[in-house]
Design a protein around this ligand. Sequence first.
Ligand SMILES: CNc1nc2cc3c(=O)[nH]c(N)nc3c(CCN)c2[nH]1
Ligand SMILES: [Zn+2]
Length: 372
Amino acid sequence: MALTFDLKATDGAARLGEVGTARGVVRTPAFMPVGTAGTVKGMLPGQVRGTGADIVLGNTYHLMLRPGAERVARLGGLHRFSGWEGPILTDSGGFQVMSLAGLRKITEEGVRFASHVDGTRHFLSPERSMEIQALLGSDIAMCFDECPALPAGRDRIAASMEMSMRWAARSREAFGHPGDRALFGIQQGGLEEDLRRESAERLREIGFEGYAVGGLAVGEGQEAMFGVLDHAPAQLPANRPRYLMGVGKPDDVVGAVKRGIDMMDCVLPTRSGRTGQGWTARGMVNLRNARHRDDPRPLEEGCPCPACAGGYSRAFLHHVVRSKEMIGGMLLTWHNLTYYGRLMAAMRGAIGAGRFADWERGFHARRAEGDL
Ligand SMILES: CNc1nc2cc3c(=O)[nH]c(N)nc3c(CCN)c2[nH]1
Ligand SMILES: [Zn+2]
């Protein structure tokens, strides 16, 4: 079945919806835990599901390097390989090549690069990226694009956006229209409203099952990002999912939903969990901080996760984080994904009840600044 999007309610620019994929439904607004190389680090698939996640993200770049896309296909595809049977979205590799690979050479045809794993030479193009994503068998694939680092001059942003649009057309051509998998286009254009409008119109002409706002969360800062989100989502088709790539901290996520974004992904909850950071309704708690070493309280009152509801204290979390025990990163990852899952569920409830503005005021009121 082709990907469906059921827009159930709106509250201001915020939207409540459901994305239907061949592998199940994604309740939006949705946060996608990042399972870069076929695993959400430190979590079993059932545990990820238990945090409320309907969909996870995988990466073309990492999986093509190790264990290899053809190998994953021979072993039954990424769902079976990773044990996650729900919807999977794969990114196309363009962004990761720019942020991870060495010795890059970019031409109109594609990108040649050296693997950050073992230095071997590889090549990615719209065609090869679509082939890899098909071999992985993801439910939602992303166009092969270039995400320019900010700050960048307008000419550079324009040239990069135009190449990404040519690559979007080639991605669509190579991907085709398989019934059970979808392809999302990625809007570029930096912070420039007119370039973003041009990009959106080009993507609409080509035609995709969903549309991502790309080129953000690359150092521009929250104010500039929100400035783009004040106009970019509305430039994209209203009857299709809108995915903001690489976002973000809890207050970024809330601000993006407020501005009409339906899907997001970010490594923050998982990566910061491994470094001892716990995200809560009152803000971020750094469990490495010595002031927690005698604190008998749970990390977050009322949180149902094993770190909070399993009888553990902040003192214990501080201890296992400081002593680099595996359980430290596991528990904080589990907590952070639980927090993000509850945040998304709370926003879906608020939008459905037409009280998002009131809920947002409460969200900000509960948050103290800095480490708690
Ligand atoms: C962390 N910030 C961030 N910005 C992104 C932009 C793109 C972007 O413009 N294009 C693609 N393909 N991916 C992006 C990603 C990776 C998302 N998992 C981004 N991540
Ligand atoms: Zn918790």
